[in-house]
Design a protein around this ligand. Structure first.
Ligand code: NAD
Length: 378
């Protein structure tokens, strides 16, 4: 079978679903690989590097989709792309079926099979190697710190030099999931004093192991909502949390927010009042901007200055480190294709008896198979 990789067409999207090193490994599984010309350009992989790895380079999207038995993508397909998807073929990429009911109908009408990498059952340890949400969140957390450092007018690390004494920057991280933990590690490595909070008490040790201090809300309530995710907290907890965050906002130079609750708008943790209380020149990076933001003053997709504080609401953090995020994503997809082709004979088999594969298969031969039944308790 032939695996095809089109150029991503979403405005500003710089990632690509496979990279030259991975092309070689897909070939070893028995597949031929084709890419659309320019597919990797924005991530600094030129056509020649794919050719050298053994890929064919096709001249346009029509040729690419027509030639592909399996299509690897990053962003959910547009209606134009769905129309190019061959009946009987397999599409692999981010789909977000809950947010895109119309797209699901269109995909089903094409008679294709669709594997949504966002629907992978993340709690299966066997699935971790394919977990693109984790690799993407890791890149985003790192990049959030780099964006903050770029907008901040001082060093992160403390210094004592002949020119004077410089105090270390104080960084507060709201939400210590995958992205938050990556941000904690990165900020600590740059030498900042890092504090973090999460409603799930279980993350306190992970925060410490990355060099951060876990700050507790003075209220007895745990926020674990199942599957490692958070739930909406009581009014009483939220009031106590606001008080603690107000204190942290006054002390911090940089705040990075990452708090999300599955299926809900992002919790508003940083109020306009808290922003006003921050020192001029402080920076907020709101990684929840796309889900409505954790800060009341965030403008999704933009960097704005409010009350002397730079508030960064970029929604394209993975594209801002496109080579790295593409490489990790391509490896996640390679691990998935390996699972689909255990015989290494260049033919993908979607085995619905396999829990991991069942979980992410959202359309099978034109039939909508999302949502998957819950996993049996271990
Ligand atoms: P996420 O992006 O949904 O949320 C980010 C963080 O925000 C979470 O840690 C959440 O607890 C926190 N949060 C939510 N509301 C908050 C509030 N009001 N105040 C403060 N913090 C708040 O989560 P994620 O990063 O995708 O993953 C969450 C968990 O899932 C992690 O613990 C991760 O280890 C786990 N996970 C497990 C597996 C696995 O078992 N194999 C795989 C991937 C992730």
């Amino acid at each position: 079978q032939r695996i095809g990789v089109p150029r991503e067409i979403f405005p500003g999207e710089k990632r690509v679903a496979t990279v030259p090193d991975v092309v070689e490994k897909l070939a070893k599984l028995g597949f031929t690989v084709a890419i659309e010309t320019g597919a990797g350009e924005a991530a600094n992989f030129d056509d020649d590097s794919y050719r050298a790895a053994g890929a064919q380079v096709l001249p346009d999207a029509d040729a690419l989709w027509a030639a592909s038995d399996i299509v690897l993508k990053v962003r959910p397909p547009t209606p134009e792309e769905v129309a190019r998807l061959r009946p009987g073929s397999i599409l692999i990429g981010f789909v977000w079926p809950a947010q895109h009911p119309e797209l699901m109908q269109q995909l089903s009408q094409r008679g294709a099979t669709v594997l949504a990498i966002d629907s992978l059952p993340r709690t299966l340890s066997r699935a971790q190697k394919m977990d693109a949400l984790t690799s993407t969140a890791g890149v985003s957390g790192y990049r959030a710190v780099i964006e903050a450092a770029n907008a901040f007018g001082r060093y992160f690390n403390g210094q004592i030099t002949a020119a004077g004494k410089v105090p270390p920057a104080k960084v507060f991280i709201a939400g210590a999931g995958v992205a938050g933990l990556a941000a904690i590690g990165t900020a600590a490595n740059l030498g900042a004093i890092v504090r973090a909070n999460d409603t799930r008490a279980e993350v306190a040790d992970q925060v410490k192991s990355l060099g951060g201090e876990f700050v507790k809300v003075d209220y007895e309530e745990d926020g674990s909502g199942g599957g490692g995710y958070a739930r909406v907290m009581s009014e009483g907890f939220q009031a106590a949390q606001r008080q603690m965050y107000a204190q942290q906002a006054r002390e911090a130079d940089i705040i990075i927010t990452t708090a999300l609750i599955p299926g809900k708008p992002a919790p508003k943790l940083i109020t306009a009042e808290m922003v006003r209380s921050m020192k001029p020149g402080s920076v907020i990076v709101d990684m929840a901007a796309e889900q409505g933001g954790n800060c009341e003053l965030t403008v999704p997709g933009e960097a704005v200055v409010r009350h002397g504080v730079t508030i960064i609401g970029y929604t394209d953090l993975p594209s801002r480190l496109a080579k790295q995020s593409s490489t990790l994503y391509a490896t996640n997809l390679l691990r998935l294709v390996e699972e689909l082709c255990k015989a290494k004979d260049g033919v993908a088999v979607v085995n619905m008896e396999d829990d991991a594969i069942r979980g992410l298969t959202v359309v099978k031969d034109g039939a909508i198979t999302w949502p998957a039944p819950p996993l049996a308790a271990p």
